[in-house]
Ligand binder design. Structure first.
Ligand code: BDR
Ligand code: CA
Length: 326
């Protein structure tokens, strides 16, 4: 399936890019960058570092929004390190600048694939500002997106930026609100891969050690970019390991059977103390058509089976001790 990865690398975004590029089921058309975890230029630089590690510098990277739709930009460098990549300080990779910006690339690619009838989906792993700009400039192209899988929001789980708000939707609530509103008016459904499911995806020291044993080079790269994230999670969440949110959206995209969820109408709060909250009308108070599929359950074993076998390039059968490691 053709897909554009819209992201803000970011440690877990980088792991998601690694997973996406390891999947032969996916054709990654390009990577579009949005300001989020890191400012947009830094995010693009980090994406290049990941592409270099994967030997895939052929994948084009397009720069997107430098700031959210209305709010002031707030990065998450406190979580992802001063270089946005866990203070791994990997060498910079010279850029090959694309002429198109992220929104033009999204619009052209989605239209071209729709015309060919092969379709193009978007996996959104950062604030949804680029998609909001696409709606503002070419709403028809937005309507042609085959599937939108968004890491963001939360249903019953607490937030990670406020008691109720998750970072991607909190960082640009107006962008996220526009995307959900437009999905409702175009009768589309966004897959909301929120904290309810991503919090279950914890990369533990044991798992990391296992990864290094199975593929020392890739395992060491993962260790270099996640060390800071481990420390952050211990300090703020009292977790040994780190929650890797974004790769779950990629995994779900190619194998929806690893998650369960339900369809609902979802609205994003843009003001006040609940700013950025994803309000899920699970009891159908509003009597509105669902504009989202909200994920609530994940099979952690199957996620890590996919992640490890594909990224580390080992047969699933050789993950014989995965159950004990988890
Ligand atoms: C989301 O916010 C970012 O910090 C992560 O990359 C992820 O996309 C989790 O709230
Ligand atoms: Ca992200």
């Amino acid at each position: 399936r053709n897909v554009i990865i819209d992201c803000d690398p970011g440690i877990d975004d980088s792991l998601a890019i690694m997973l996406a590029l390891s999947l032969e089921e996916l054709h990654v058309e390009g990577i579009t960058i949005v300001c989020g975890n890191s400012p947009v230029e830094m995010g693009a630089g980090n994406a290049r570092k990941v592409l270099k590690q994967m030997n895939r510098l052929d994948v084009p990277i397009y720069l997107g929004a430098e700031k959210p739709l209305k709010r002031e930009y707030v990065s998450a460098l406190d979580t992802h390190g001063a270089d946005g990549l866990g203070e791994s300080w990997l060498p910079e990779v010279p850029e090959t600048r694309q002429e198109l910006d992220a929104v033009e690339f999204l619009s052209r690619t989605i239209r071209a694939r729709a015309e060919e009838k092969t379709g193009c989906s978007v996996i959104a792993l950062g604030p949804m500002t680029n998609l909001a700009h696409l709606i503002q400039t070419d709403p028809e192209a937005f309507s042609m997106i085959e599937e939108i899988v968004s890491m963001g929001g939360s249903f019953k789980s607490h937030g990670n930026c406020s008691p109720v708000a998750e970072y991607n939707y909190w960082a640009d609530p107006d962008g996220a609100a526009l995307v959900y509103e437009t999905a409702a008016s175009q009768r589309k459904k966004i897959v909301m891969v929120g904290l309810d499911v991503t919090r279950k995806i914890v990369l533990t020291p044991n798992l990391l050690e296992y990864m290094k044993r199975l593929n020392p080079e890739t395992g060491q790269f993962v260790q270099a970019i996640t060390k800071f994230y481990f420390d952050f999670h211990w300090q703020w969440e009292h977790i040994v390991g780190c929650v890797i949110n974004d790769p779950l959206a990629v995994a779900y995209f190619i194998d929806p059977s690893i998650c369960e969820g339900f369809e609902s109408f979802v609205q994003i709060e843009t003001e006040g103390i609940s700013l950025g909250q994803s309000v899920v009308d699970s009891m159908n108070f509003y009597r509105k058509e669902p504009n989202a599929k909200v994920l609530t359950q994940v099979d952690t074993y199957r996620f890590f089976e996919m992640m490890l076998s594909r990224v580390l390039e080992v047969e699933p059968e050789s993950l014989d001790i995965l159950e004990n490691v988890l």
